[in-house]
Design a binder for this molecule. Sequence first.
Ligand code: TRP
Length: 328
Amino acid sequence: MDKKRIFSGMRPTGDLHIGHLSVLENWIKLQEEYECIYGVVDLHALTTAYEDPSEIRKNGRNMLLDWLSVGLDPEKSTIMLQSSVKQHSELHLLLSMLTPLSWLERVPTYKDQIQQLSQTGKNITTYGFLGYPLLMAADILVYKSEVVPVGEDQLAHLELTRELGRRFNHLYGKEIFPEPKALLAEVPMVPGIDKRKMSKSYNNYIPIYSNHKDLQEKVRQMITDPARIKKDDPGNPDICVVYSYHKIYNKDEEKEIADLCRKGQIGCVQCKKKLGDKLISFLEPIWLKREELAKDEKVLDEILEAGNIKAREMAERTLQEVRDIMGV
Ligand code: TRP
């Protein structure tokens, strides 16, 4: 039986952080069981960065380097750039003809985001931003994807994708688009160093790509139990950011550390040093691989171009059907 097809994408809006790592690990696993297409969705980045797009290309390349150094394999998956496979844009336009405005306006993230971003001085009351979920639907439908690994925050977008596919099939009386299902991975929640949600805009993140010094510094800044003043005060690991990282990245010592902390027998400085060392031993192979990859710019171009070619072929097959049906 043919493998089911997956599409997923990430916006090149800045450094990937350690929270993305578990998402990527999931993508890597899926490569074995599915036919995967992973996209650098630069047009989506443009919906919010259009006023200053100067970083999009650079971010895209860095993101690609992160993907590859973590273990995404261009031999197994199709790795592509959204703006280079024009069929995404064409399908977005064609689908826009049959997309009721109200469906886009009622996507719950829409009004929220406009409000949030307007506080930062960004104006995203644009046609492009309203169409964000439609573009995402085009990404998915253009490959007739059946499965989409996403975070919970994307479920409403996926629901819209299904509704649009159904509307198309129904309107033209043909089963062109399968209904894509969300695949929600169990990804551990890694908090930011200040305990808030890890996010680029809070500048509280731990980047995947870093170095010994910067990484130790980030760990040093992590918030611990505020009631602990002296190093032999008993601590509460359950409210400590450092401990929540030990639980994920230092499973062997996790229990012992919690115990020592509760008894006031390990100080925060030492506990952080342990975590920093652990994170470094985990991330360093990724850094080295990335530096190797970054040496030759051409390799990256070649990987992307090979992926774009494969993606165009798949997407064009769908577009030929869609153009025929829509009479253009
Ligand atoms: N909107 C997604 C996000 O912000 C990114 C994305 C764009 C995507 N197109 C997609 C994810 C298609 C899955 C499938 O995370």
